[in-house]
Design a protein around this ligand. Structure first.
Ligand code: COA
Length: 156
């Protein structure tokens, strides 16, 4: 599929983000383990700290294909967490997740970061394989029973 266009999320996306996040085979892969209303989602977007959190919407020809983020951005430690990655169900297994992660590598490099990390549920085989395919390696236990994955960002 054609490469999606990436833009930062706005409060106007709240309904669309809630729909992505609340879908079956999606909401249960996040540690919050629940669905969110559009109002909660709008408040969450409005409260994002743009210095520390970059949440992206990926749009294709037919509309929104997914979302992904860099967060806990720490410029002095030159690292950030990558994730909150969702590909809309009809667009899965077409390479979209990989394109989104690689886009986050580029954003991380442009922020001068050296390391991206992620916390993935052990039973989330799709996500673990996606991150491994993109160069992350499992380094040990993460928060909340997750597995920590890390990837060094070489320049270029
Ligand atoms: C995980 C997720 C983002 C993958 O998105 P995607 O667009 O389907 O991924 P891609 O098509 O780029 O797949 C890349 C690789 O990931 C792995 N993968 C993706 N989906 C998989 C699945 N259902 N089962 C096993 N491996 C899978 C494969 O290795 C795949 O490479 P391949 O197609 O050459 O075998 C998507 O399944 C999703 O949105 N899941 C729900 C939300 C979620 O779990 N987010 C991550 C929270 S940590």
């Amino acid at each position: 599929m054609a490469k999606p266009y990436f833009r930062r999320i706005t409060v106007e996306d709240a309904g669309r983000l809630a729909a992505l996040r609340n879908a079956d085979d999606t909401w249960e892969w996040f540690f919050s383990k629940r669905r969110f209303t559009e109002g909660e989602t709008a408040r969450w977007i409005a409260g994002l700290d743009p210095e520390r959190e970059e949440v992206y919407i990926a749009e294709g020809e037919g509309g929104i294909v997914g979302t992904c983020s860099l967060y806990r951005i720490d410029r002095s430690e030159r690292r950030a967490e990558v994730g909150r990655i969702i590909v809309a169900v009809p667009f899965r297994r077409r390479g979209t997740g990989e394109v989104m992660l690689r886009e986050m590598f580029g954003r991380g490099r442009s922020l001068g970061l050296d390391l991206l990390y992620a916390n993935i549920m052990p039973e989330n085989e799709a996500s673990r394989r996606l991150f491994s395919k993109c160069g992350f390696r499992e380094v040990g236990p993460g928060a909340e029973g997750g597995l920590r994955y890390e990837c060094r960002l070489a320049g270029g």
